[in-house]
Ligand binder design. Structure first.
Ligand code: PMP
Length: 388
């Protein structure tokens, strides 16, 4: 491949050089078990504590409210199952556009006697506050609404949801996996009781994440068999990955405003170019209330999968809907919940920008995209007529 243009940063990001350098010594010289009492162990434990502080700082939590996990999937499973297990009230509310690691967790709980209700979203993907309030009229243990959606990038009004839940005495969990890289979160002022995040979405390693549990919140232990993570999540501590995650959190905080400004400009440029140069397209998600890195378009009359395949041949990596569903022809329930027609769901493509995206990359993409969409439409049996 002549060159590769990576526009799938919502699926995963590369590991930044600074992160990789920070991790390396913990594979080689400092390989101790963080639970060991000797010097090598204490060194590892100190490095893990430093990472815990960095991850905590990113969301204004305390270090002892951060529990390291294998990623956001585990964090989501842990908080939802663990909070319900400890609650006398067996009822949970989640939005209709949560990641599968929330959706399938509540479906599992639903099969085991827990009442699950889904909060509606509008056409931009913003949850309906009246619907939330009406569903909170029955005793509820927990509300989980993601901070930013992985497919369309829509950002929720977390402050409002947090305040409503706190006033009602209901736990509030948010999956912030796609948000911590570009939104300043404060678990205290936002009244958040549980928050999930992941290393590999913020230029850190894969297989590591964290769950924030507000001090005093009753959440059952997830993994049994050891005293790691204050006895709540057993298993030998993954020191290099945790160190890398901590470094990634530190860099994210340090560079957030400069990265945001640059990526937002590129995002808006891409949106303008696609809307200006390709007819019959629809921007999915909220136009302004969205993370800086997400651009999601439906191209009427063609399959997103075909666009993905043809862009791939030109060295451009994109995704259709959620990357977790890529490779299957699953209909996006996220777009469906937002009222997007089946035809437009089939024609949706996600471009997720990142720290290494350049304007030249986007110009190359746009030229290819104009041609690909035009050619596919010439052979499309559907054509481009009717409502978008
Ligand atoms: N939640 C969201 C919103 C995500 O985008 C992802 C990753 N696709 C996850 C959870 C799962 O994260 P991990 O890969 O760390 O398990």
């Amino acid at each position: 491949m002549e060159h590769e243009i990576y526009l799938d940063n919502a699926a995963t990001t590369y590991v930044s050089g600074e992160v990789f350098s920070a991790m390396q010594p913990y594979f080689l010289a400092h390989y101790g078990n963080a639970s060991s009492a000797h010097n090598l162990g204490r060194e590892a434990e100190a490095a893990v504590y430093k990472a815990r502080q960095a991850v905590a700082a990113l969301i204004n939590a305390s270090a002892d409210e951060i529990f390291f996990t294998s990623g956001a999937t585990e964090s989501n499973n842990w908080f939802i199952k663990g909070a319900i297990e400890r609650s006398a009230v067996k009822r949970v509310l989640v939005s209709r556009i949560e990641h599968p690691s929330i959706m399938e967790t509540v479906e599992y709980l639903g099969r085991h006697g827990v009442e699950v209700e889904y909060i509606n979203v509008d056409e931009g993907g913003i949850i309906s506050i009246p619907d939330l309030l009406s569903k909170l009229s029955k005793p509820t243990a927990l509300v989980s609404v993601m901070t930013a959606n992985n497919e369309v990038g829509t950002v929720q009004y977390i402050n409002t949801i947090g305040k409503i839940c706190r006033d009602k005495g209901v736990l509030f969990h948010t999956d912030a996996t796609q948000a911590v890289d570009s939104i300043t979160l404060d678990v205290k002022t936002m009244n958040i009781d549980g928050l999930s995040m992941s290393g590999h979405k913020i230029y850190g390693p894969k297989g590591v994440g964290a769950l924030y549990i507000k001090k005093g919140t009753q959440v059952e232990t997830f993994m049994h068999g050891g005293h790691q993570e204050r006895g709540k999540r057993a298993g030998t501590t993954d020191v290099p990955c945790i160190v890398g995650f901590g470094k990634a959190a530190e860099i994210t905080m340090r560079d957030m405003s400069i990265n945001n400004a640059r990526i937002r400009m590129l995002r808006d440029y891409l949106i303008r170019e696609i809307e200006g140069r390709i007819p019959a397209v629809k921007l999915n998600g909220h136009r302004t209330q969205r993370i800086v890195s997400n651009v999601n378009f439906s191209f009427q009359g063609i399959e997103g999968e075909s666009v993905l395949t043809l862009l791939d041949l030109d060295g451009i990596c994109v995704s259709t809907g959620s990357a977790c569903n890529s490779g299957t022809l699953d209909h996006s329930y996220v777009l469906d919940s937002m009222g997007v027609s089946d035809e437009m769901i089939n024609g949706s493509v996600r471009f997720s920008l990142g720290r290494n995206t350049t304007k030249e990359d986007l110009d190359f993409l746009i030229e290819k995209l104009v041609k690909i969409v035009g050619n596919l439409r010439k052979i499309s049996p559907i054509g481009i007529k009717g409502e978008l």
